[in-house]
Every structure is written in C-alpha cells, then in structure tokens.
Unconditional design. Structure first.
Ligand code: PGA
Length: 253
C-alpha cells in the first residue's frame, strides 16, 4: 500500500502563491510514484488549481479542508459535499482547529463523513488527544472520541476513510508545540489500529501529523506503523515539502 504525504495549507497563501506551489508539487509528484501526495488548499483556490492541473499525475490528489454536515439548504458559508464532488477527491474532517474554533462535535464529524462518502469523496479523519498524558489514558480518550466521530457508520464506510493521528499538543500552532516522539507515535498508532480491527473489523490507514518538518521526516519515514504524514506549516514551503516526500519515499513497504 502506498504511503501518503498530505499538505494541509490551512488559511495560508494568496492565489498566485497557491497556484505556483500546486504546480510545482504536481510537477515533482511523478518522481515519487510509490507515494500518494495530496494538498489541501483554501476553498477558493480549489477550482483554479483543479483547472490549471487538468492532467494531474495519478499519485497527486486535491483535498478540501472543510465540508458541511448538511446536504443542501440555507446554511450561509457552508459548502456541501455535493458541491465539492468533481473538484476534490479527499477532504479533512475533525481537525482540531475545526473542533476548537468552530465547535465541531463528534456528531458533526460523523455527519460530514457520511456526506462525503455518499458522493465518493474520501474523508481524512483527524483525531488525537488534547494534552500529553499517560498512554493508557490517551488511548482511551482517543477511542471514546473516535466512537463518536464514527457513530452510525458501517465497517465498510470506516474502512473507506483515511485517518490522521494528530495530538493537539504537537501541532505547530500550539504554544510550545513539539513533535511526538517516534516511540510514542508507534505505541499509540499500534493500539488504535488494533482497536479498529477489534471493533470494526477494519485495517485502517493512519497517518501522523503534528510539527512534521524536514528535520524529523527521516525518523517518521522509518516508522513502518504509520501510513504517511499530514503536514501543516512545513507544507507551504515547497522545497521542504519535497524533502519530506523524499524521506518517505526511502522506505517502500
Ligand atoms: P503542523 O500542522 O504540521 O503545522 O503542526 C499539522 C496539522 O494541523 O494538520
């Protein structure tokens, strides 16, 4: 299975910068044919990028950062999954910044996942603990939260999602953020993968996210348990994003 390197551009870049970056990533993507590479630019840039990159390499994907929990209607500012269809193949849901600043609950995340799957867009479901704590406490908090995010979904639907383990305390926008240690990531992701297998009968894809940079990508790339990385801040620096892809391309599983 190909590993993923996904860039979450958050609310960064102007249109010209976004176009240039998207084009340069699409250009180098074929050099990493055994990786899947995706970018999640701001909403207004999705259509121009999609149009400019009509013939994208098969391992290059466009993702949205947001989707509405509702199908259609009077929801000012929301964007429906049906409206994203044909523009993106993937969409982030449950990101800690959406949960924190937009109060998106587990029930909202579950509705967003359902909406996306119903139109054939793959959800990238972000989860992770808010604070550093004992490992057993962390995994029980994560599984409790995930049970809400996945409430009402079938095993088949769950297996169709990608997941990203992003401990909030490791995300670079947090004060004193530090990337999680490789051993710690391995233990958590291993436990969560077993939990998925036991509870949903699914082998799921789990990426790691939180202060991934060119400096730690080598160590993260060496962790065979993770199926890739979700990169925030470093993903808007084209050269650095390329270096991160290089580090992940070293290990073919
Ligand atoms: P970061 O962000 O790489 O800047 O820590 C990751 C994310 O929020 O997805």
């Amino acid at each position: 299975m190909k590993r993923w390197v996904i860039g979450n551009w958050k609310m960064h870049l102007n249109l010209a910068e976004a176009m240039t970056l998207a084009q340069s990533i699409a250009k180098f993507a074929p050099d990493f044919s055994h990786l899947n590479i995706a970018i999640a630019p701001s909403l207004p840039y999705l259509v121009p990028i999609r149009e400019a990159l009509k013939f994208t390499p098969p391992n290059f994907f466009l993702a949205s950062q947001v989707v509405s929990q509702w199908e259609e209607g009077a929801y000012t500012g929301d964007v429906a999954a049906t409206q994203l269809k044909k523009i993106v193949s993937h969409c982030l849901v449950g990101h800690s910044e959406r949960r924190r600043f937009h109060h998106e609950s587990g029930a909202v995340v579950a509705a967003q996942i359902r909406a996306l799957l119903s139109v054939g867009i793959t959800p990238i479901v972000c989860f992770g603990e808010v604070e550093k704590a004992e490992r057993s406490g962390v995994t029980s908090q994560i599984t409790r939260d995930l049970s809400q995010d996945l409430h009402g979904l079938t095993n088949k639907e769950i297996a169709a999602c990608l997941f990203a383990y992003e401990p909030l305390w490791a995300i670079s926008s947090q004060k004193n953020a530090q990337p999680a240690e490789p051993d710690y990531i391995t233990q958590i992701v291993q436990t969560i993968k077993v939990w998925f297998r036991d509870n949903y009968g699914s082998e799921v894809v789990i990426l790691y996210g939180g202060s991934v940079t060119q400096d730690n990508a080598g160590a993260l790339g060496g962790l065979v348990i993770i199926d890739g990385v979700l990169v925030g801040g470093a993903s808007i620096r084209g050269k650095e994003f390329h270096t991160i892809c290089t580090q992940f391309a070293h290990i073919v599983r």
